[in-house]
Design a protein around this ligand. Structure first.
Ligand SMILES: [Fe+2]
Ligand SMILES: [Fe+2]
Ligand SMILES: [Fe+2]
Length: 281
């Protein structure tokens, strides 16, 4: 099989992993605190590792990881319905990985997809169990309909965090600079924490998080990537600062200040990397 075709198939898998991550996170956040929500978040984290492995292999083959998100199944009235959707998403993944394992003759990629498929088999069983558990325990949607300045700030933050997660991951995959790669991956993980904190704050406060992103920087050179990343960090640090000062809820204020401080740190780390890149890159 030609490289281009393998890249195409791996990108299909990557897009579906992306869709699964967001679908599961939406479900976990909507359920609020609890054991099942934690287990679903853990499954989403495994899908993130899959996404990471797929992206690394796409780049190694000379491709560019897709930023598109695969289809999600978000309809359904009850948590049991959502868990049925998650079962069906895993069924789709199992079938697709099966096809791709048969079609791809590169032994290393085949082995990787088999490794991923074994996780999907476990996820499939876990979600089947969650359908019953949700029915038995009467698990419910804990999201509310609150819409005000606070939910507007949280929505903005979530949108920003989702955008930079994708941006830093893409930059870490595409930059040849090892130090930049590592730092971008670390900070993407930190932004995932921010996303989780903001979404949980939203649900606790009676709102409902929307998980969408805006345009992701796709610069070709490491220096341009870093310039775009520094710019966005400075802008959002200022915005989190404004939002924290405006906030009258002490818990929310503390959260926004903590995130702001991380963003200031990110801007400084990226600035150092840019200086080095401009000198030696
Ligand atoms: Fe899965
Ligand atoms: Fe952040
Ligand atoms: Fe940041």
């Amino acid at each position: 099989m030609e490289k281009e075709k393998i890249i195409e198939l791996l990108n299909e898998d990557l897009e579906d992993e992306h869709g699964a991550i967001i679908q599961y996170l939406i479900h976990a956040y909507a359920m609020g605190e609890g054991e099942m929500a934690c287990e679903i978040e853990a499954i989403a984290r495994e899908e993130m590792r899959h996404l990471d492995w797929l992206a690394e292999n796409i780049v190694e083959l000379g491709g560019v990881p897709s930023l598109k998100r695969g289809k999600m199944k978000l309809e359904g009235e009850s948590v049991a319905d959502w868990m049925r959707n998650d079962v069906s998403l895993e069924e789709g993944a199992l079938a697709q990985y099966g096809e791709h394992i048969r079609a791809i003759d590169n032994p290393r990629i085949k082995r990787l997809l088999q490794r991923i498929r074994s996780d999907e088999t476990a996820h499939h069983a876990a979600f089947q169990h969650f359908v019953e558990k949700a029915q038995k325990e009467g698990a419910r949607d804990t999201r509310g309909i609150r819409r005000d300045r606070v939910t507007q700030i949280l929505d903005w933050g979530i949108e920003h965090e989702y955008t930079v997660i994708l941006q830093y991951l893409l930059h870490s995959y595409m930059s040849p600079n090892k130090e930049v790669k590592k730092e971008m991956e670390d900070q993407a993980i930190n932004e995932m924490q921010h996303l989780g904190w903001l979404a949980e704050e939203m649900v606790d406060g009676g709102g409902s998080p929307t998980i969408e992103h805006i345009e992701v920087d796709q610069s070709a050179s490491t220096a341009d990537m870093l310039r775009a990343d520094i710019k966005i960090e400075r802008e959002v640090a200022a915005e989190y600062d404004r939002a924290a000062k405006e906030s009258t809820d002490p818990g929310l204020k503390k959260l926004l200040i903590r995130i702001r401080d991380h963003e200031i740190y990110h801007a400084e780390v990226f600035s150092d990397l840019l200086k080095e890149e401009e000198q030696h890159g």
